[in-house]
Design a protein around this ligand. Structure first.
Ligand code: GLP
Length: 240
């Protein structure tokens, strides 16, 4: 595990974008695993800027997002489809059809077909992750086991509360989601996990310096052979 401590959120975002760009230079046809949330927004802005200036190209790459809410249409402004369109897909040069998100309203069949599609793509080359306050990655919530493949989940109340800031009304936050499994994520060749801000300091310490346990889903990353944990100074405040 490589721990990279950046100073500010902006510095973390630039370093993260550089790592993604290095991957795309080395492997133009890379399969990128992408995350939503506030954490990667700065990285996406840097990637959009660098694509605009010609420093990086997504023309041969493809992407698979980690997760999507159930019960809202992909066209809703609150969906992860909309988030990705706004922050990245509308601003870089992926080919039409090269970007993928799970279908939040397709039930078990959507789980199976999403997992199969990632497998057919040869699994993810570089997976970008954020971390929830309770240690979730994608929407793999704390549990007594590590889910293997793409599956449906009931969100924990703390996740609903944390994500309610992005909705007009807390009652509108979906209670269920579809997410890649821990097994899907662990099959990625390389993983970049980002965390910033005071609120993530405690979970960063538990996830990367504590026991490997499904109660802290991100802790499983300690077992992966190529993980970069990229932090701003605030999120790194409690680690040795
Ligand atoms: C959401 C997403 C995760 C994300 C996490 C942290 O629940 N499903 O993929 O990493 O929240 O979000 P944020 O980056 O806004 O703190």
């Amino acid at each position: 595990m490589d721990i990279v401590k950046a100073g500010t959120y902006e510095e973390m975002s630039e370093l993260a974008a550089e790592l993604v760009e290095a991957e795309l230079r080395e492997r133009p046809q890379a399969v990128l695993g992408l995350a939503t949330g506030s954490t990667p927004e700065g990285m996406y802005a840097a990637l959009a800027r660098d694509c605009e200036s010609g420093k990086v190209s997504f023309a041969e790459a493809s992407s698979y997002n980690l997760d999507e809410y159930c019960g809202i249409p992909a066209s809703s402004p609150d969906s992860y489809h909309a988030f990705m369109e706004e922050h990245l897909f509308s601003k870089v040069n992926f080919q039409p059809g090269a970007t993928h998100l799970p279908d939040g309203n397709g039930g078990e069949a959507a789980c199976e077909s999403y997992e199969k599609s990632i497998e057919q793509a040869g699994w993810v080359d570089l997976q970008v992750l954020g971390i929830g306050n309770n240690g979730h990655i994608g929407f793999n919530e704390p549990s007594d086991h590590f889910p293997v493949a793409t599956h449906l989940v009931k969100l924990k109340q703390e996740t609903i509360d944390a994500n309610s800031r992005l909705f007009e009304d807390a009652s509108l936050v979906p209670r269920e989601a579809i997410t890649m499994g821990i097994g899907t994520i662990m099959k990625a060749r390389r993983i970049l996990i980002l965390a910033n801000g005071d609120a993530k300091a405690e979970i960063v310490k538990r996830a990367f310096f504590g026991e490997v346990t499904p109660e802290v889903p991100a802790s499983v990353l300690q077992l992966h052979r190529d993980v970069t944990v990229m932090l701003d100074a605030r999120a790194a405040a409690l680690i040795p």
